[in-house]
Design a protein around this ligand. Structure first.
Ligand SMILES: *[C@@H]1O[C@H](CO)[C@@H](O)[C@H](O)[C@H]1NC(C)=O
Ligand SMILES: *[C@@H]1O[C@H](CO)[C@@H](O)[C@H](O)[C@H]1NC(C)=O
Ligand SMILES: *[C@@H]1O[C@H](CO)[C@@H](O)[C@H](O)[C@H]1NC(C)=O
Length: 805
């Protein structure tokens, strides 16, 4: 038994032919797709026919209903052979067993045998998918576990040789499984094992391989092309979470600031990104504009660092279906030096007294700059040419301080220009002018325009006439510079100066209080004070020298011969006198000076005109010729003495001459003349003595009276032109006591002639008193004096009156 199974197995292995002997029917089993000529079986043997008879009997094989000859008979060997390719799948399709039926015909005699050919499948077909490529569109939002149908592969072979399994190319997203419909049809399913992300992978191709169980194994593949459809599953994403940008202030309109950009991984509308500001303050909204399409942020307003130095704006990016995200944009504004410093005057002492010491704080200044960093570092300065400086104090404060002594009289106003410059580039600066006045301090005394003043006045001036004026200047302000003039108390010839002069306190014009007499004094000095009205007042004084000039107001005064009233004086002329001998001399003086006192002598009338001459300036009477006997003994001459003034004044006198050698010849004459002469002289002397002592006493009384009255009535001295008795005045021939130059100008010596024979000495000694000018006599009555001096006891004596002739 074992052996037989073994042999059968071997037979199957070689030919797959199983001889089934049945009467009339033959059945063979054969593999499909054998080569032509392959032996299926030996019919001769199986039918028990002789091989040689086959050809004679015309053995042949026909297929039912088909004119094709798949099988043939080798007539020489009786083998059934493959005549044509036999495809199982062609004949039986999916049927699991496939039997082809043939008829074996033998002729002569006709013999019909049924021949069954069992076709055995070989794996000659590979599995085939309906399409090479399966396109699958899967939305990326598809969930895990979703299934997608895939048509199964077909394999024409059957049994083992048909599709055995599927192999899906390994991939992260899909699995494959095979399902069977209720109708028994198979199909595949692609199962989503992991969610898709279009943004990660837009499409993928997965190879699905179907393999059969044949040997050799065959396979078929299909490419599953998975296209991932977009879902709006991505919000736009900004390139940066925080954008930082710096922008200089004052950037013009439309300056691009920054471009924000967000990308959306989605497609189409899902990926269309628009931008807009979110959470924007009104202020910021006016400054920046965001292009909703491009994300460009640009300037639309005035960017002022001082208004805001940093802006934080939020930009939202949205896609078409409203997914959004946000990014922050930090815009740092950089400072530009666009603000000039501003100077504030915080305090100011105005005006400042001119005597403030150097270093005094006058004002406080504050400087501010709205910029930042270096742009707000400010330096302050003031111009050079003022005595002020700025001293930096705390922070941006400066003290304005004096650097030197101020003088209102030099500069009374300062315009102090303070300049503040910041350290920006370019630097900006501003300036402020502070007006500062200097207040006056009474620091200048009045100063006379000249060092001294001289006034020239002719004598006999009218009281009240203007002599001169003095002017002093005081540069101080208002009352500190208002000058008031006054006479300094003093004495001139023992009388207060105010009795001579007065000064107008406002104008400085000096008036004579009284009439001056050159013959009394020729000059005097007073001091005038100029005082300002400050407190305390300052003053200075000046010397005013008053020079009185002469007027021809005095007639010549004939001293010898004596005046006519006592004219019994006789000169003796010796009979033997020769021509030219000196006979006598007329002596005259003139109280005036200079030309006014330059005397000339003329004989205006004589007994014998040819006998005597007189020296024009000497007054010497000389014989013109020798005396002769015929000449009359008594000679009479009338001599006129003239001064040289304009107009000239004159005096005349008579001279009696007796031509005789012996006085005894004319005794009556001699006595008389002698007595006359003597008594005259004596009375002169007496009168002179009396008057001198009277004047002195009067002077003392007046001085005492004045002192006394001054205490009781102090205004008396200022009461205008009070006549003071001339008696106490010093002699009018006192020396001119002016300065050297004045002295030379006024240095007229008194022209006086002195007698030749009569003693000059006599006249000189009594000269001062005797020559009191006639017109100078006080004409005021004692009652007038009482008026002037109030209830003073003074009753000065009236001066003496001399008359020539
Ligand atoms: C100061 O400024 C004022 C006004 O500008 C001007 O009138 C005055 O003359 C100036 N003073 C000086 C000293 O420059
Ligand atoms: C005059 O000077 C005094 C100080 O000497 C001062 O106080 C006063 O204000 C000044 N007067 C004027 C008008 O300037
Ligand atoms: C005024 O003059 C007197 C003397 O003549 C002198 O003593 C005085 O100092 C002077 N005063 C001034 C302010 O110059």
């Amino acid at each position: 038994m074992h052996r037989r199974w073994f042999l059968q197995s071997c037979g199957f292995a070689f030919f797959f032919v199983a001889l089934q002997y049945a009467h009339g029917d033959l059945s063979y089993s054969v593999q499909e797709e054998l080569k032509r000529g392959s032996v299926i079986g030996n019919i001769a043997k199986d039918l028990g026919l002789e091989v040689g008879s086959l050809s004679a009997r015309k053995a042949r094989v026909d297929m039912e209903g088909n004119d094709r000859h798949y099988c043939g008979i080798n007539l020489r060997s009786g083998d059934l052979i493959v005549a044509e390719r036999i495809d199982r799948e062609e004949h039986c399709g999916e049927k699991p067993s496939c039997v082809l039926k043939f008829d074996l015909l033998l002729e002569n005699p006709l013999e019909l045998h049924r021949l069954s050919l069992q076709l055995q499948d070989i794996n000659d077909n590979a599995p085939i998918f309906p399409k090479d490529i399966v396109k699958l569109e899967i939305r990326e939002s598809a969930d895990k576990g979703d299934r997608y149908r895939i048509n199964a592969a077909q394999d024409a072979d059957v049994g083992k040789n048909s599709v055995e399994r599927y192999i899906l190319q390994p991939n992260p997203h899909f699995l494959f499984s095979i399902q069977t419909t209720s109708a028994g049809r198979k199909y595949g399913e692609l199962i989503l094992n992991k969610e898709l992300d279009r943004e990660e992978q837009q499409e993928m191709k997965v190879l699905l391989t179907a393999v059969d169980g044949g040997s050799p194994q065959r396979s078929g593949t299909v490419v599953i092309h998975v296209i991932v459809l977009d879902a709006n599953d991505n919000a736009p994403v900004f390139t940066e979470a925080v954008y930082t940008v710096t922008l200089p202030e004052n950037s013009p309109m439309k300056t691009p600031v920054i471009t924000v950009s967000a990308s959306d991984a989605d497609e189409g509308v899902n990926g269309e990104v628009t931008y807009e500001f979110s959470r924007l303050s009104d202020k910021t909204q006016k400054l920046f504009l965001l292009d909703e399409k491009t994300g460009d942020i640009s300037v639309t307003g005035d960017i002022d660092y001082e208004e805001g130095s940093k802006y934080e704006v939020f930009v939202e990016a949205k896609d078409g279906y409203g997914l959004s995200s946000e990014a922050k944009v930090i815009i740092d504004i950089t400072d530009v030096n666009d603000n000039a410093p501003v100077i504030y005057l915080k305090s100011l002492t105005n005006p400042i007294p001119e005597n403030v010491s150097p270093g005094t704080e006058v004002g406080i200044i504050n400087v501010q700059d709205r910029d930042s960093e270096n742009n707000r570092h400010v330096r302050c300065s003031i111009q050079q040419n003022v005595p002020f400086k700025l001293v930096p104090s705390i922070k941006n404060y400066y003290s304005l301080v004096t650097t030197g002594q101020l003088d209102r009289e030099l500069v009374s106003d300062y315009n102090i220009t303070i300049t503040a410059t910041d350290e920006g580039s370019p630097p900006l600066s501003s300036s402020k002018t502070v007006q500062l006045s200097v207040a006056d301090i009474n620091d200048n005394p009045p100063v006379f325009e000249e060092q001294s003043y001289s006034a020239y006045v002719t004598e006999n001036n009218k009281p009240g006439s203007t002599l001169c004026s003095v002017t002093a200047r005081d540069p101080d302000w208002r009352q500190n510079g208002t000058v008031i003039y006054s006479l300094l108390p003093g004495e001139v010839n023992g009388a207060p100066v105010s009795s001579y002069l007065s000064v107008n306190g406002d104008t400085g014009v000096i008036h004579a209080v009284r009439s001056f007499d050159y013959e009394q004094f020729r000059s005097f000095k007073v001091h005038v004070m100029a005082r300002d009205n400050g407190s305390p007042p300052l003053s200075s004084n000046v010397t005013v020298s008053v020079f009185i000039s002469d007027v021809n107001d005095n007639s010549p005064q004939i001293l010898y011969p004596a005046p006519e009233g006592n004219s019994f004086m006789t000169e003796l002329v010796p009979k033997a006198a020769h021509g030219g001998s000196l006979v006598s001399k007329v002596i005259a003086v003139d109280a005036d000076s200079g030309q006014n006192a330059w005397l000339s002598y003329h004989i205006v009338k004589s007994t014998d005109p040819g006998l005597f001459t007189i020296g024009l300036h000497s007054g010497e009477i000389r014989t013109q010729r020798d005396i002769s006997e015929s000449d009359s003994m008594k000679q009479n001459l009338i001599v006129a003495v003239k001064d040289n003034g304009q107009p000239s004044l004159s005096a005349t006198c008579s001279m009696y001459l007796l031509i005789s050698d012996n006085l005894a010849e004319v005794p009556e004459l001699k006595d008389i003349s002698y007595d006359e002469k003597n008594s005259k002289l004596t009375s002169y002397l007496i009168i002179a003595l009396v008057s001198v002592s009277t004047f002195f006493l009067t002077f003392i009384i007046i001085i005492l009276g004045v002192r006394f009255c001054r205490r009781r009535k102090p205004r008396l001295l200022f009461d205008g032109a009070v006549a003071i008795p001339s008696a106490y005045l010093p002699p009018n021939y006192a020396d001119v006591d002016g300065t050297g130059t004045l002295r030379s100008a006024y240095n007229y010596d008194a022209y006086l002639t002195t007698g030749s024979r009569t003693s000059d000495f006599k006249f000189v000694t009594s000269y001062n008193d005797n020559t009191m000018p006639a017109d100078q006599t006080l004409r005021k009555s004692p009652s007038d004096f009482a008026d002037a001096f109030g209830d003073c006891e003074a009753s000065p004596e009236v001066g003496t009156h001399f008359i020539c002739y």
